[in-house]
Design a protein. Structure first.
Length: 368
């Protein structure tokens, strides 16, 4: 016999994405839908996708657009009767237990009220629910924990006002993931200058053999080769264990008005300089055509952020989830004949001496 009410969960679209953002609800609460009908659009850092009803029934949900939801969690439900809500194990017994009438008019079970106090959930966060059970309190608490932490704003100075800043779903997920990542890592950084004239001469040397090579393409090729001797910079630290990836997948940050994406060159250490150039240009073309696939954006083990075209002479790259290091490429200093390479890394995986050696070796490779 079919369940009276069944949940709709957030599907896992990629092994590296643990969260998604609700981009749009495509049906109103209480509408009857057919099996296979699209009910919502969700977005991760890599892809936007639709979620369909697995059976016919009435749609229910209480999360708003732009809510951050965890993969595997229920974010909507389908009921045989309009207005029915899914019941957690033991919810029936709880619902029949004594209830406490609150000032707001919401009916909250004693167990739910006790759980609210334990988790710090307020009545305002449960607004709109006719009946509040323990499962509702825990769902709200979990959603709040998954969402980006936002500090309570201080009052604006006299004569000044502030307004909410609209953020893309990708940025919201990035904020949540970075907040989680930086709760545990021990960030560190080393910087090393590279001679601009020597790098330019190295790039010019390719023209006769394989054609023009960009600085980013050269850096990707040489980083991939160097990472074979630095497994601590090609891994991650989790649950008290340092791990290194078997493969080398070098991603490069790309943001040209179509939101930030990090395409990945898989097995980058096996590619020739010409193959790296072709692959980078192919990925860039797919980015501008909005054709990047999940495979193009997955499997990164190390990231490069090149801000040299923006004239940025120094910046602090931000570590990505499940990566122990990231390289920043800076623009030439207008007063000097060098440009900086900045390596940010997790000190639980490596140290300043190792990071400095990596950059020193990379400089030799770039300068020829």
């Amino acid at each position: 016999m079919r369940e009276k009410t069944s949940g709709v969960v957030v599907p896992r679209m990629n092994v590296n994405d643990d969260q998604a953002v609700i981009s749009a609800w495509l049906v109103p609460v209480g509408e009857h839908v057919a099996e296979g009908q699209v009910i919502a659009t969700l977005e991760t850092t890599k892809v936007s996708f639709d979620v369909s009803a697995e059976r016919e029934g009435y749609v229910g949900y209480d999360l708003k657009v732009k809510s951050v939801v965890a993969v595997g969690d229920m974010f909507a439900w389908i009921s045989d009767v309009r207005g029915d809500r899914p019941k957690a194990p033991g919810a029936a017994a709880e619902a029949s237990a004594a209830k406490l009438e609150t000032e707001s008019g919401a009916r909250i079970t004693r167990k739910a009220l006790r759980r609210m106090r334990e988790l710090g959930v307020t009545e305002a966060e449960l607004e709109g629910l006719e009946q509040v059970l323990v499962a509702d309190v825990e769902r709200v608490a979990a959603a709040r924990q998954a969402a980006p932490a936002v500090a309570k704003p201080e009052p604006a100075p006299a004569g000044e006002v502030s307004v909410p800043l609209e953020q893309s779903p990708t940025k919201m997920i990035e904020a949540a993931r970075l907040a989680e990542t930086y709760r545990s890592i021990v960030p560190s950084m080393v910087t090393l200058p590279v001679a601009c004239d020597k790098v330019a001469a190295r790039l010019n040397a390719f023209v006769g053999d394989i054609g023009p090579v960009s600085l980013l393409e050269l850096v990707i090729h040489e980083v991939a080769a160097e990472l074979k001797d630095f497994p601590d910079l090609n891994g991650f630290f989790h649950a008290g264990q340092a791990s290194t990836y078997r493969d080398i997948g070098v991603g490069f940050a790309l943001n040209a008005g179509r939101s930030l994406r990090v395409p990945v060159l898989h097995a980058a250490d096996t590619l020739s300089q010409l193959e790296v150039c072709r692959r980078v240009r192919e990925l860039m073309l797919r980015y501008f055509r909005d054709e990047l696939s999940m495979e193009d954006l997955s499997g990164g083990t190390f990231t490069i952020t090149d801000l040299s075209a923006q004239g940025v002479t120094h910046f602090v790259p931000v570590l990505n989830d499940r990566q122990s290091a990231i390289l920043g490429v800076c623009a030439p200093d207008p007063q000097q004949q060098f440009q900086n390479l900045v390596l940010a890394f997790d000190h639980r995986m490596s140290d300043g001496m190792r990071g400095g050696t990596f950059l020193s070796n990379l400089r030799e490779r770039l300068e020829g």
